[in-house]
Design a protein around this ligand. Structure first.
Ligand SMILES: [Zn+2]
Length: 503
């Protein structure tokens, strides 16, 4: 309870600061139907404004909409009330409009869909905005436009941490950021040895305060390479790459079994040390040997303690050996999954991994069906032009949603390729996919009590979508648009022409 009241107090303070900063004009309380392209206006809500107003009137009420709560038990609602940057109530129009006071801003959603803001479980958009040709502030704007309200940044050195803290202090950080400070870097030195950064740990405690915009819940440990660059090396595999496989023949790999950055014993000690200091570890692990080493070190450090208390997690899981899948579940290890990518023809990868092992490439899609918290990663899913919706637009959560629910991939020029039969065997329902962009990445950073679903007391981190993703065909998901993004009750993005929906 104590935590909750502190949260309300600080959130109220933040909301006040935020509204002073923006100087946004008061929103209209009556929305002319012509200002939207929504269907014909529905009848006015059947309610009588409470008189006298409720003791704790809402700041903002969105009504006549479809709320995807992602709560178990109450899956949808019509309306939501916001007070002090927090969700005050979720329910029917009648229930929620009872919280209307003289100063409450009313927004008629006209049947549009509202849901929790997207959370990117694994990104680098703020750490490396220049790779998109953007500044730090422009990268924030891009993320907000895509509907992200929280970013889990999976690489950080001290310079980047300092940049984040400065933005937080200056009030220019417009969304929530959870940082996994790099213990070692994702590269090897000239002697094929790992490069330590130790950016935050050891030396500092984790930052777990749910009211902080910049949190440091864990550290990042890189276990193997990426098959693309010599400086990073190759995925660590249990069995050698096939003779003449592209990664090895081009000299990317240090050994025929790829590049494992750590010995098991050495890693075990670091994970235990981090865990003892209150950090979770996020492991970069792409090949099956790296994934196995990660699971081993998690098991060692936990030593029987439930991972629900610690939440060590595995990033990428690109080639999960079948016998490792049950270990994710036994140890309750959250894992990231690339939602949108080219999984059209696994056999194209056979020369790199061999005809049997290439199918393990699809095993990441088994993770959402396990009883674990699997979450979407965008990673470096950008092109030079992040505005190009259909050119490998991996940063966009809408395309991630489309990708993971269909396994389709849309290439340049709008050509669509369907999934490989092995990949197609993993059907991921849209509601599960939505969880992977909201509550599951919130869980991964221990923010599930504050973010990720629509429930009273949680932050008003919300988005408005042009249509209801649960009511359309999976192949139509790519046409969804984000019309509004709100962080802590403050509108941070409003699509052109949709101002009527933005308080
Ligand atoms: Zn990454």
């Amino acid at each position: 309870m104590k935590t909750f009241f502190r949260l309300v107090g600080v959130a109220l303070g933040l909301a006040l600061i935020a509204s002073c900063r923006s100087g946004a004009p008061a929103a209209p309380t009556d929305i002319p139907p012509s200002a939207t392209n929504a269907p014909a206006p529905t009848r006015p809500p059947s309610f009588t404004p409470t008189s006298p107003p409720p003791a704790e009137a809402a700041d903002i009420i969105f009504y006549n909409g479809v709320m995807i709560t992602l709560e178990t038990g109450q899956r949808t609602a019509q309306a939501i009330a916001i007070r002090g940057g927090l969700i005050q109530a979720v329910g029917s129009d009648e229930e929620v409009l009872a919280l209307q006071g003289p100063d409450t801003t009313l927004i008629n959603l006209q049947g549009r869909t509202m849901m929790p803001g997207f959370i990117d479980g694994h990104t680098h958009i703020l750490a490396f905005p220049e790779r998109m040709g953007r500044t730090f502030d422009q990268a924030q704007e891009t993320a907000l436009r895509y509907g992200f309200t929280t970013l889990n940044e999976m690489w950080a050195d001290e310079t980047f941490l300092e940049e984040l803290f400065q933005a937080e202090q200056a009030g220019t950080l417009r969304l929530r950021v959870n940082v996994f400070a790099s213990y070692n870097d994702g590269i090897l030195d000239g002697n094929h040895q790992k490069v330590f950064l130790k950016a935050w740990f050891p030396g500092h405690d984790p930052i777990l305060d749910p009211t902080a915009r910049v949190r440091i819940p864990g550290i990042k440990v890189f276990l193997d390479g990426d098959n693309f660059t010599p400086i990073r090396g190759c995925w660590a595999l249990s069995d050698p790459f096939p003779p003449g496989a592209r990664p090895t023949s081009t000299g990317l790999c240090g050994t025929s079994r790829g590049d494992l950055y750590w010995q098991q014993d050495e890693l075990n000690q670091v994970v235990l040390e981090a865990q003892t200091a209150g950090f979770r570890v996020a492991f970069h692990a792409m090949g099956d040997r790296a994934i196995e080493v990660a699971l081993n070190s998690i098991e060692f450090a936990l030593n029987g303690r439930p991972n629900d208390e610690v939440r060590h997690q595995i990033e990428h899981g690109s080639m999960i050996r079948p016998d490792l899948l049950p270990r994710y579940e036994q140890l309750n290890v959250p894992g990231s999954v690339r939602g949108y990518g080219d999984f059209c023809n696994l056999q194209e990868m056979a020369p790199v991994f061999g005809p049997e092992r290439v199918n393990w490439y699809a095993n990441r899609y088994a993770l959402p069906g396990l009883n674990i918290h699997a979450y979407i990663e965008t990673d470096f899913g950008w092109t030079a032009d992040p505005d190009d919706r259909y050119a490998q637009r991996g940063l966009d959560p809408i395309m991630q949603l489309y990708g993971i629910a269909t396994h389709n991939f849309e290439g340049p020029g709008g050509t669509v390729c369907g999934p490989d039969p092995v990949v197609a065997g993993f059907v991921i329902p849209i509601e599960r996919a939505l969880q992977m962009l909201t509550i599951d990445p919130a869980y991964a950073v221990s923010m599930e009590d504050y973010l990720g679903t629509l429930a009273p007391g949680k932050y008003a981190d919300l988005i408005i979508l042009s249509a209801n993703p649960l009511a359309i065909e999976p192949t139509s998901l790519k046409h969804l648009q984000v019309w509004m993004t709100m962080v802590g009750g403050q509108v941070e993005y409003c699509a052109a022409g949709k101002e009527a929906y933005c308080p």
